[in-house]
Design a protein around this ligand. Structure first.
Ligand code: UT7
Length: 322
């Protein structure tokens, strides 16, 4: 039996820092409001010349280095993003070019904040099916480009960044289960209402911005994130106490705390990094994972539950032995 296992993690945050105090000068907000309602202290913003594939490249190099392999050994590249470099080709191909990898499949996954969980699940299936052995799975975003910097209800929430993992074939798990969900009927609660085939004029005018009904999204997120844990535990016949670390999507520390409370999980077992980078959509889980691996909290052999909720709505989980 072939399983998939994470052998390397990496992440990257752009140099430019935007603190809550900086935002006080841009919109009618306060450091106190942002910290109390979201837990966010600062976020990183990509330089004008820096692209989603650039951020992905830095994170990928670190993951590849930790895995102890060379880029040429990668046999698939999956990149989750909502903020592609170009309309086409896919950002995964642009990353592949930067890594000097040639010939293997490379494609983007668009499931917004759940994108990395979707991408990891797809990579796991390819490895289990015996079609690939080493997949580079990345979440990378330049969300600052689609924020309305006059809208205090959204611009304070998001940031830019990237996270990556190398997933390799192994005789031991690794990934124990993945569960993916979506319900497109909630489209209007969290979206950018413009794109190629709807509102192209606004897109061209640089007016395609994130719109969110925060409260409704908040309630649904807490509900679905709780259900995801139960679903994974039942599927694997294990209990809450078997989970060493919850690595949730980093959107809002209150959502994370509410989910942990619902699961009666101590916050000491939950990875929370949202304070340092804000909501980085598809990048948030691999970013949080890499930070906690590198600071020594997450150790080999521990059981991790990754879970995400985002626009679509989409939601999903990955249960794994690290
Ligand atoms: O990643 C995908 C998933 N996304 C999420 O999970 C995000 C989910 N939602 C949230 O995190 C929260 O709903 C927010 C952080 C977006 C908002 O927090 P909230 O506690 O739900 O606040 P609210 O939207 O109910 O707004 C409360 C008040 C309003 O004022 P009034 O109407 O009560 O006078 C807002 O106008 O806070 C006001 N407000 C602000 N005040 C200062 C909204 N944004 C700001 C701001 N600074 N930046």
């Amino acid at each position: 039996m072939t399983y998939s296992r994470i052998t390397g993690t990496g992440s990257y945050l752009p140099e430019k820092l935007l603190t809550n105090k900086d935002l006080e000068k841009i919109v009618d907000t306060t450091d106190t409001w942002i910290r109390e309602r979201t837990g966010i202290k600062e976020r990183h913003i990509a330089a004008d010349t820096e692209t989603t594939s650039d951020l992905a490249f830095h994170a990928s190099r670190k993951a590849i280095e930790m895995a102890g392999i060379s880029s040429s050994e990668i046999d698939m590249v999956i990149l989750a993003t909502t903020t592609a470099d170009k309309i086409f080709p896919g950002t995964a191909c642009l990353l592949q070019k930067q890594l000097d990898v040639h010939g293997c499949p490379a494609f983007d996954v668009q499931a917004v904040c759940t994108g990395f969980v979707y991408a990891l699940s797809i990579a796991d299936k390819f490895i289990r099916a015996g079609e690939t052995r080493r997949v580079l799975v990345v979440g990378s975003e330049t969300l600052s480009r689609i924020l309305d910097w006059n809208d205090r209800s959204t611009c304070v929430l998001f940031g830019d960044g990237a996270g990556a993992v190398v997933l390799e074939a192994d005789s031991e798990p690794g990934i124990m289960s993945t569960h993916l969900h979506a319900d497109g009927s909630y489209e209007d609660l969290l979206h950018v209402p413009h794109g190629i085939s709807i509102g192209y004029e606004q897109l061209k005018a640089g007016e395609a911005y994130v719109y969110m009904e925060g409260n409704a999204v908040f309630k649904m997120a807490v509900n679905k994130l709780g259900q995801l844990v139960d679903e994974a535990l039942t599927a694997n016949g294990i209990s809450k106490s078997d989970i060493d670390w919850l690595v949730p999507h980093q959107a809002n520390s209150r959502i994370i705390e509410a989910t942990a409370r619902k699961l009666r999980m101590s916050m000491e077992r939950v990875i929370v990094t949202v304070a340092e980078h804000g909501n980085t959509s598809a990048a948030s889980i691999p970013l949080a994972l890499d930070i906690a691996v590198r600071d020594g909290r997450i150790k080999r052999g521990e059981t991790l539950m990754l879970e995400a909720f985002g626009s679509g709505f989409t939601w999903g989980s990955v249960l794994l032995k690290f």
